[in-house]
Design a protein around this ligand. Structure first.
Ligand SMILES: Nc1ncnc2c1ncn2[C@@H]1O[C@H](COP(=O)(O)OP(=O)(O)OP(=O)(O)O)[C@@H](O)[C@H]1O
Ligand SMILES: [Mg+2]
Length: 259
């Protein structure tokens, strides 16, 4: 069992306060979904959890099993078991996907206990098979020239290889075709269990048709304004966000929803 506790988190980018007090607790064995209009701070929350230097945490705390995550460097956070699948994964020329994965896997292990090349390849091959990825994706440079959907699938390959305690998946479903959506969901569902907790950022119910979340949160204007079960996501799909704004008396300052 592990626990990730985010308490009253305030985050600023340059002079703008984006997160205005986010509180959220995720246990392993739980999948949380977070939904909300564009520009409300979902990716900002993801970036703050992982420690992106541009996002300044002005107050609040993030604890992983009681350890102060905010005091850790990005690589320490990854070693401690945090993982982020980025909304826009970066391309890294000169580093093959396999080398990148192996370094990541070894960084999560004790020094002197590196994974053997054979074992690594066997494991990578089996995960790539689950994700129905072409063999050459392992030897190509990280994300270079990958299609949008291939990048997303590759994020899940990283997830499955690194086996973090907690993963934040930022719009992992965007750009995926219908078959790919099922395949990626299968990969995420395989991770489900005692040692794994997940925060899925998404705009649409369709992903949650395959990955049933335990809890659904709605974020608006930098705060979680509502929490419920899977039915909350279904209601959003049918009715959009207006009813919540009305219920909470929120003025409309955010940009409209994605088409
Ligand atoms: N690096 C940055 N510099 C300036 N403003 C930023 C930066 N990153 C985010 N913002 C602003 O912070 C706000 C929240 O952005 P964020 O990316 O967290 O939204 P989001 O909820 O993930 O939206 P989407 O659903 O479109 O992905 C937006 O108004 C955005 O323009
Ligand atoms: Mg975003």
């Amino acid at each position: 069992m592990a626990i990730l506790e985010i308490k009253d988190l305030h985050v600023r980018i340059e002079d703008k306060e984006i997160l205005k007090g986010v509180t959220l607790t995720i246990n392993t064995n739980e999948i949380h979904a977070i939904m909300g209009p564009n520009g409300t701070g979902k990716s900002t929350l993801a970036a703050a959890i992982m420690g992106h230097p541009k996002y300044e945490v002005t107050s609040g705390s993030i604890l992983l099993d009681g350890e102060d995550v905010l005091a850790m460097e990005v690589d320490e956070r990854a070693r401690a078991g945090l993982f982020l699948a980025m909304q826009y994964p970066s391309e890294i020329t000169g580093v093959t996907n396999a080398d990148f994965l192996r370094s990541g896997v070894n960084a999560r292990r004790e020094e002197g206990d590196e994974i053997s090349l054979m074992k690594f390849i066997r494991e990578m091959d089996s995960k790539m098979e689950v994700l129905e990825m072409e063999e050459d994706m392992a030897t190509r440079y990280l994300n270079e020239g990958f299609s949008g959907g291939e990048k997303k699938r590759n994020e899940i390959l990283q997830l499955m290889m690194l086996k973090p305690k907690f993963a934040v998946l930022d719009e992992i479903d965007s750009g995926l075709d219908i078959d790919a959506l099922k395949i990626v969901s299968k990969g995420i569902n395989q991770m489900r269990g005692e040692g794994f907790g997940c925060l899925i950022i998404t705009h649409y119910q369709r992903l949650l048709d395959y990955i049933t979340p335990d809890h659904v949160h709605i974020i608006m204007q930098g705060k979680i304004v509502k929490t419920g079960g899977p039915e909350l996501a279904k209601k959003l799909e049918e009715q959009g966000y207006d009813w919540i704004k009305e219920e909470l008396g929120i003025e409309d300052e955010t940009v409209g929803q994605e088409a």
